[in-house]
Design a protein around this ligand. Structure first.
Ligand code: ATP
Length: 365
């Protein structure tokens, strides 16, 4: 059974002051109950996209539908959405319970029902017992949870979150990421989440839209985006990647061979529409590359190089390996053994063989 789109953007653009194109012809379908992230660098149009869904900004062109209904000029309070901002925006003179109840009070809902729903909402964000505290008596993470409870108490169809964890320190942010994901699965509400943090998006999302310069470059699950980036920008922005420029010299079913610097043939995953002789870039992630000493027998598809730099970072070790005068690659090797005890270390200046499965190397045009 296919799920229905909760939020749909069709060819949506936003131009500020007749000149700044903040969002450029974006089309998206966000499904009911999905955790959907808008991911991209600062200024790429994520917040503007979110504000248009919320109704704080109107598109210059295109259309936004929520639950199948075109929103047109519908104001924010008539849309079945709520927004959580980075700075929480709690009322400092109100207790936690009063902050959370605020939206329901405005709707003149009976007192006992408000009390019950406040209790439920606070339990959901694990803040039962904090009803009478004031925001200043809470940690950053707790304040953010109050903001969440306040947004959830109206039972919106869609929750919009604009970098809600941005103000928290790294450790707390990681904890809150898991909590948020758990919360979203519990309440089953569609979450649309804005972040510039790729790890955050990968951790929490069902699907991610990667944006740059107002456009959506790729939409997919975290796995699809990471393993099959469709452009150099996406491969570079999410995780790390080596980029090897070269020319296609052979195509054989799923496999392409690209010659780098007219000298080094490298294997890669063929994609539709590739032609022999075409100039392309091969993107290969450092952790997909296997590194061996030269003495070991070189199988088909191995690339030879010399180690120029070694950087130990605890869990892994990075090797910078020179392939040609103009081309180096970074290799990331997991330190599964204790490196102090290991006799099989590869040293500076050593000649090595690099290999990878062709399907892990993307050919980008
Ligand atoms: P960040 O992660 O820094 O918040 P973002 O991806 O959310 O960035 P937006 O805030 O959507 O980006 O901004 C996109 C572009 O639109 C930027 O160039 C920004 O300067 C511009 N912009 C946003 N709001 C306005 C406005 N009200 N008036 C004019 N330009 C604006």
């Amino acid at each position: 059974m296919s799920r229905t789109a909760d939020v749909e953007l069709r060819n949506v653009s936003k131009v500020f002051d007749n000149s700044v194109v903040a969002v450029d012809n974006v089309s998206l379908e966000i499904e009911q109950g999905e955790f959907f992230s808008l991911l991209g660098p600062s200024g790429c149009g994520k917040t503007t996209t979110l504000r248009m869904i919320a109704g704080f900004e109107m598109p210059t062109s295109g259309e936004i539908s929520i639950e199948g209904r075109p929103m047109g000029e519908t104001p924010p309070f008539r849309r079945n959405v709520n927004t959580v901002f980075q700075n929480y925006a709690l009322f400092p003179h109100m207790t936690v319970a009063e902050n959370v109840a605020f939206g329901l009070r405005m709707k003149r809902i009976p007192r006992d029902e408000i009390a019950r729903r406040v209790r439920e909402a606070l339990q959901l964000v694990r803040l039962g017992g904090f009803e009478d505290r004031y925001p200043r008596q809470l940690s950053g993470g707790q304040q953010q949870r109050v903001a969440l409870a306040r947004a959830l108490i109206n039972r919106p169809r869609v929750l919009l979150l604009d970098e809600p964890l941005g103000a928290l320190d790294l450790k707390l942010r990681k904890e809150m990421q898991l909590e948020l994901k758990h919360l979203q699965m519990t309440v089953g509400i569609t979450f649309i989440y804005v972040t510039h943090d790729q790890e955050e998006a990968l951790t929490m999302s069902d699907r991610i839209a990667v944006m740059n310069a107002g456009r959506v470059l790729q939409v997919g699950t975290p796995l699809e985006i990471y393993e099959r980036p469709s452009s150099r920008f996406v491969a570079d922005f999410i995780g790390e990647s080596n980029f090897l420029d070269g020319r296609v010299v052979d195509l054989n079913g799923q496999r392409a061979t690209v010659v780098v610097d007219d000298r080094v043939p490298v294997p890669a995953r063929a994609q539709d529409g590739l032609a022999i002789g075409e100039q392309v870039t091969v993107a290969i992630r450092p952790e997909k590359i296997r590194l061996r000493s030269l003495g070991t027998e070189g199988a088909d598809g191995c690339v030879r190089g010399r180690v120029e730099e070694i950087v130990y970072i605890g869990t892994d070790t990075y090797y910078l390996v020179r392939l040609t005068d103009r081309c180096t690659v970074r290799v990331r090797v997991q330190n599964s053994q204790n490196r102090l005890d290991s006799s099989e270390t590869i040293g500076h200046g050593e000649e090595v063989l690099l290999s990878w499965l062709p399907e892990t190397a993307m050919v980008l045009k």
